[in-house]
Design a protein around this ligand. Structure first.
Ligand code: PEP
Ligand code: MG
Length: 558
């Protein structure tokens, strides 16, 4: 038995023969194209259209969250500016494949200008490019192998959402990637689809096609040639986990009753039902920008009120984030002042709203109207990308002017975490955005998939910053939730509770297991896990230290 360790991102056990997915698409040569340029342009555009159609049909078959990601990819392939760029490239003497390849270099910027939504991952974008280039060069389109095996474990470098959508969970019993990270789309979708998954598993591609393996998506271990006892243990753990999830109901709390409300991250009314089905006690992050990603002009007040009201009526507490436009989520009606070399460090979030104060005022007014007649504490509103107390004060004042009682900020800029005690004086609550906080504190662009493994929320520097912000909130008598993907990891959820955070918000499918993990431990155990994790020097050591301080994880099969 040989073991490989990665990050388990979707719990569950898969045992079967390995299918290795390889197939990289070559970079098309830059030699000048000497044939018929009109026909070559038509060939390029036809390939883009074919790819768009294929992605759309996969989207229709997949439904749910996967549908949205694939539909966004189809939009990328159909972007008129991209087509324009390709046409110019071929007219200038490039082959169709090369023109497509080069045009994708401009793609993010062009999409921003056209108001479409880039679904936040460069892996998604590269996948569209590779599919188109493969078609044009008559290469096999990279993708999931046609596995005849009854049960197989897929091993691959990285897995694009379009390929993940094709996996049949009856046959693909788990997948393992060498790259990727816990907050990538693929990890989020794997949880939503219920496929056990391990990412950032170094050496996994050394396992030969056809080998017999066990992949444990809870512990993150890939075992080559597992013996029956090892399989038995993993299966027993899985059973225990299913039982614990089934029996943990009600509000989030530790074994000894320390309350940690469990909330859902939503993008609009369509996410209400899954949140209710998974027992969300409220909404901890309503990403309001998701409602308007394809709008060319600011949404009307009526449009906004309808969407906000639906969510406000469904839950006893709802935290709405005002439009977080810019960088990975461009909105065409909220443009930055100029094209930016580093959009993640540019005008985004509150910075953009301060450039467009009418949009902010209009949104706050719509929110206040949507909450009319509902209990006063139902609506809480927060700002993204706040850096210091001055910005926080401006935002709180704007909320008060609109008649909103509860005004908070996301802590996602390291400076805001470091000086959280200043900011706590200005706002009613904090919410830790671990996705961006990790991006900025580790200096790792969250859109570069080859670096996702470095965005590990277990790195002690991030734990320290979160502890610092939570302490500042506690001392000021304010709440401090977490709404980044880190909250969805049941082990991390216990650590966060121990660090002093007051609520956890995550995508709905993750709620039951987090509820079970909290319910299995005392508050003192969570505190000890937090202390032990912070005392470690690396992400791996931090997670291991937390696990050993949380004895019931074993019985939960985690
Ligand atoms: C975050 O940054 O952690 C967060 C929750 O916001 P988003 O992922 O939408 O940027
Ligand atoms: Mg963020």
């Amino acid at each position: 038995m040989r073991e490989f360790t990665g990050t388990g991102v979707s719990p569950g056990v898969g045992v079967g023969r390995v299918r290795v997915m390889t197939g990289t698409v070559p970079v098309p040569p830059a030699e000048p194209f000497t044939g018929d340029r009109v026909a070559e342009t038509a060939r390029a555009l036809a390939a883009l259209e074919d790819v768009a159609r294929e992605l759309e049909s996969r989207a229709a078959a997949a439904g749910g969250e996967t549908h949205d990601v694939l539909a966004a990819q189809a939009l990328m392939a159909r972007d008129p500016d991209l087509a324009g760029e390709v046409t110019v490239g071929v007219s200038a003497g490039l082959s169709a494949a090369r023109a497509v390849y080069e045009s994708f270099g401009f793609y993010r910027e062009l999409l921003g200008g056209s108001g479409a939504y880039i679904s936040a991952r460069v892996a998604d974008l590269d996948d569209v490019r590779d599919r188109t280039v493969a078609r044009l060069m008559a290469f096999a389109v990279p993708g999931v192998p046609d596995a005849d095996d009854e049960h197989y474990v897929l091993i691959t470098q990285d897995l694009a959402p379009a390929d993940l959508a094709l996996l049949d969970p009856e046959r693909c019993v788990a997948f393992v990637t060498e790259e990727g990270g816990p907050i990538g789309h693929t990890a989020i979708l794997a949880r939503a689809m219920g496929i056990p998954a391990i990412v950032a598993c170094a050496g996994a591609l050394e396992v030969p096609d056809g080998a017999y393996v066990l992949a444990d998506g809870a512990s993150g271990t890939l075992v080559l040639d597992p013996d029956p006892a090892r399989i038995e243990r993993a299966r027993a753990a899985e059973k225990a986990r299913a039982e614990a999830v089934g029996s943990a109901a009600g509000p989030g709390r530790t074994k000894d009753g320390w309350s940690v409300p469990l909330l859902a991250n939503v993008g609009g009314p369509k996410d209400i039902q899954p949140a209710l089905d998974n027992g969300a006690e409220g909404v901890g992050l309503f990403r309001s920008e998701y409602l308007f990603l394809d709008e060319a002009v600011p949404p009307s007040e009526e449009q906004q009120i309808a969407a906000y009201r639906a969510v406000l009526e469904a839950f006893p507490r709802v935290v709405v984030r005002v439009l977080d436009a810019g960088a990975d989520k461009p909105l065409s009606f909220l443009p930055p002042a100029a094209v930016e070399p580093n959009p993640a460090l540019g005008e985004r979030g509150l910075r953009l709203l301060r450039r467009h104060p009418d949009v902010l005022r209009g949104q706050l007014r719509a929110l206040a109207k949507a909450a009319e007649g509902l209990p006063a504490d139902r609506l809480r509103v927060m700002a993204p990308m706040v850096t210091d107390a001055e910005e926080a004060r401006v935002f709180t004042r704007a909320c008060r002017e609109a008649g909103i009682q509860q005004a908070g900020i996301m802590i996602e800029v390291p400076a805001a975490a470091v000086r959280a005690h200043d900011i706590a004086e200005e706002v009613d609550f904090f919410s830790l955005g671990t996705n961006d906080l990790a991006q900025y504190v580790f200096a790792v662009d969250r859109q570069v998939s080859s670096l996702t493994r470095l965005q590990n929320p277990w790195r002690p520097a991030l734990l320290d910053l979160m502890a610092h912000a939570a302490k500042a909130a506690t001392e000021a008598g304010k709440g401090c939730g977490v709404c980044g993907e880190a909250a969805a990891d049941p082990v991390m959820a216990c650590v966060l509770a121990g660090l002093g955070v007051t609520s956890l918000s995550m995508s709905s499918p993750s709620l039951p297991l987090v509820r079970a993990a909290l319910a299995a431990h005392t508050y003192a155990e969570c505190q000890e896990a937090a202390r032990a994790a912070r005392a470690a020097r690396t992400a791996g050591a931090a997670r291991a230290a937390a696990r050993s301080a949380l004895p019931a994880l074993e019985t939960l099969g985690l």
